[in-house]
Every structure is written in structure tokens, then in C-alpha cells.
Design a protein around this ligand. Structure first.
Ligand SMILES: [Ca+2]
Ligand SMILES: [Ca+2]
Ligand SMILES: [Cu+2]
Length: 372
């Protein structure tokens, strides 16, 4: 996995280094429109399983009944507030069935992650010194622990290069989300961030849970609704009110915080979706267990029938960074805006290199059986 790790270090390699990863941001997918995939509207209802939970709910978790649904999204550029990115990787819309499962009602919080670290002594990837063996080309002095942090630009910039607003910050990690000068002392109920994929997995093992598959995540995020662009329905601002912590103002210069929060918010500050899940849109991105490929939905659709409990492709490929395997991320973050990236829309997809964390990336867990 040298390719992947070398990205992180390419980051670590230059002192004021900026990120070359972040699949979450638009890119190459714009060039991948598949003319064979017609954007015809698919309006097939979600058919949930019986909603009855198999037992008492584990603490903080909600029963998601599972069932059959239509996964993916229409081309958002055709929609009001759909943003500039057509996101062909989220098409064709295809039929999927998932079994029922428990899911965390909120993103995993700093308080919860602190319990895990206290119990296990776990050290996150961002806290570890990158090894020379993994990054033979990096000058030794540059092999310092750290992570990726959003940095607003001083003035408006063309939105064609995300390196303008991402920085590699030595000393940034989950306890210091924006760098050494920041901390989480008053942020126990905020989502934990600066979490790499392996960090999230380590937490799930300790908690006797696991990360959701992408299909589980989307079924849950839709909250029982069918074919809606948002987890809460048809409009970005239902009744004129913001429904999620995203980005208002001029990206990436000035976050006005019209939704109540400039930057990250404590969990559960907006209404829950139909299943009782909070922040499935915005606040922080959430890791899924699937590998990312932009053609996976096409593969399932071509196979025909209903995809049952799909777990993602066997390998990863992102044409924008072909040597770097990535896992799926979902839900968008407090940095998403219709000026640039509308991945708070419920059927859209994100992706990220597994060892790369940032201050808008976290996770939530699922669990299949009730017992411990
Ligand atoms: Ca906000
Ligand atoms: Ca979220
Ligand atoms: Cu976004």
C-alpha cells in the first residue's frame, strides 16, 4: 500500500504541505459521465421490513429495519440548489436490499472516543510518527505526526483546486482537531474527527460493533423516504429553515454560520431523520466499510435484479488518483455547499484514502446482534 501511504507523506513531506488527497472534493468524476446511463427518473418506493426490533436497543443505537430501496441519486445539477457536480458515480439508481441492523443515532463523539482510548491506550494514525520505511523519499525532518486541517482562504478563489484550502498541520489529531493550539475540552458532545479508517475500525472492534456498508448507510439515511434528494425530503431548506450543519457564505473564505454553526457542531443539533438518526447530512463525513469505485453501481445494475446486502467492490479505483485505494465516505460535512460540493444530498458518494484523516471526517457504527 505504498501508494496510499505515500500520499499521506507527500503531505508530511513539505512543511506547509497541502493535501493531495481528498477524494471528497469534485474532480475527475466530471469527466466520467456515462452516456449509456439514462437519467430517467426512478420512483420506486422503499419497502421496509417489519419495523420491530429484535430486542432491546443497545445504548445510543436505533433499529433500522432494512428492506428494499432505490440507491443512488439523479443528476443534482438538474435540481434547484443541486450544485455544479453531476456525480455520475451515484448512478444508475439501482435496487438494493439490506437486512435490518442497529445504528448509532449520532456520529461517534469525543466523549465516546475518549472512553475507547482510556480503555485500550489506542494511538490514532495522526498521532503516530510516519516511518522512514513507509516513506523512503521524505526528508527525515518532515516525518512528523499530524493531519489535514481546513484553512479558509484570505479572499475568494476559483474553486478548481482544493489544495488552496487544505493544510497538513503537524500536531493535528483527534485531541487537537485544528492543530496543537486547539483542543476538545469543551467539545465532549462534538463528533470525533481526525479519524483514519483504521482508527474507526479499532473503535468498532472495541465497541463490538462495525462500520456500516455503504448500502446500509444510505438505507438508514433515507429514513424510510423514497427517491428524495435530502434525508428530510425535497427541499434544501424545508420551511425556510436549515436542516443540517453545512456551509453558508462564500466558500472557502467566509462561513457565515447561517445554519447556527460556523464550522463543526455538537451532534444532534438538527431534527433527526425518519428513523431517528441525526446528522446523516453534514456536520462530519462518515466512513463506510466499502471500497470505492465509481463504476460499482453500474456493475450492480448490469448484474440485474436486486443487490442483496452489497458490501462494495473487491478493490478500489478512483480515476482522479489511480494508485490510491479509497474507502467510501458518506453524508458530507460542515464544509459542503451548493457553490461547490452538495454531498449532504442523501444519495451522493464520497471517498477517502484510508490513512488520511481531517478535521471534518468522523464515523458512526452499526451492530447486527443485540447481545454483547
Ligand atoms: Ca454550518
Ligand atoms: Ca454526518
Ligand atoms: Cu462536500
Amino acid at each position: 500500500m505504498r501508494g496510499a501511504r505515500s500520499v499521506r507523506i507527500a503531505l508530511a513531506a513539505a512543511a506547509s504541505t497541502i493535501i493531495a488527497l481528498t477524494a471528497i472534493w469534485r474532480g475527475v468524476l466530471n469527466q466520467q459521465r456515462n452516456p449509456a446511463v439514462s437519467p430517467h427518473r426512478v420512483e420506486i418506493a422503499t419497502i421496509p421490513n417489519t419495523p420491530q426490533a429484535p430486542g432491546p436497543a443497545p445504548a445510543g443505537m436505533i433499529w433500522i429495519p432494512g428492506g428494499e430501496f432505490s440507491m443512488g441519486t439523479e443528476d443534482p445539477t438538474d435540481m434547484v440548489c443541486g450544485g455544479p457536480d453531476s456525480m455520475p458515480d451515484a448512478r444508475p439508481i439501482h435496487r438494493v436490499y439490506v437486512n435490518g441492523f442497529w445504528m448509532d443515532a449520532t456520529e461517534v463523539t469525543n466523549d465516546q472516543f475518549e472512553q475507547f482510548v482510556a480503555a485500550t491506550g489506542y494511538v490514532t494514525i495522526a498521532e503516530r510518527k510516519p516511518s522512514q520505511a513507509d516513506f523512503p523519499d521524505a526528508p527525515p525532518g518532515n516525518l512528523v505526526p499530524g493531519s489535514v486541517v481546513f484553512k479558509p482562504t484570505v479572499e475568494p478563489v476559483p474553486l478548481n483546486n482544493h489544495l488552496q484550502w487544505w493544510d497538513y498541520v503537524p500536531g493535528a489529531n483527534w485531541r487537537h482537531p485544528e492543530g496543537p493550539a486547539s483542543n476538545i475540552e469543551q467539545r465532549g458532545k462534538y463528533p470525533v474527527v481526525q479519524i483514519a479508517y483504521a482508527d474507526a475500525e479499532a473503535f468498532t472492534e472495541w465497541a463490538k460493533k462495525r462500520l456500516p456498508t455503504e448500502a446500509e448507510w444510505e438505507f438508514a439515511a433515507r429514513g424510510g423516504l423514497s427517491a428524495k434528494p435530502y434525508a428530510w425530503g425535497d427541499d434544501l431548506k424545508p420551511g425556510g429553515k436549515w436542516a443540517a450543519n453545512i456551509y453558508e457564505g462564500t466558500f472557502p473564505v467566509n462561513d457565515t454560520g447561517d445554519d447556527g454553526f460556523a464550522g463543526i457542531a455538537p451532534v444532534a443539533q438538527f431534527a433527526a431523520n425518519g428513523y431517528g438518526l441525526f446528522d446523516v447530512a453534514g456536520n462530519v463525513w462518515e466512513w463506510c466499510s466499502d471500497w470505492y469505485r465509481p463504476d460499482y453501481y453500474q456493475t450492480l445494475a448490469t448484474a440485474g435484479g436486486i443487490a442483496r446486502n452489497p458490501k462494495g467492490p473487491n478493490d478500489s479505483f478512483d480515476p482522479s488518483e489511480p494508485t490510491i485505494p479509497k474507502h467510501v465516505q458518506r453524508g458530507g460535512s460542515f464544509l459542503c455547499t451548493d457553490q461547490y460540493c452538495t454531498r449532504y444530498m442523501v444519495g451522493t458518494r464520497g471517498k477517502g484514502e484510508p490513512s488520511t484523516a481531517s478535521n471534518h471526517l468522523g464515523f458512526r457504527c452499526v451492530k447486527v446482534s443485540t447481545g454483547l
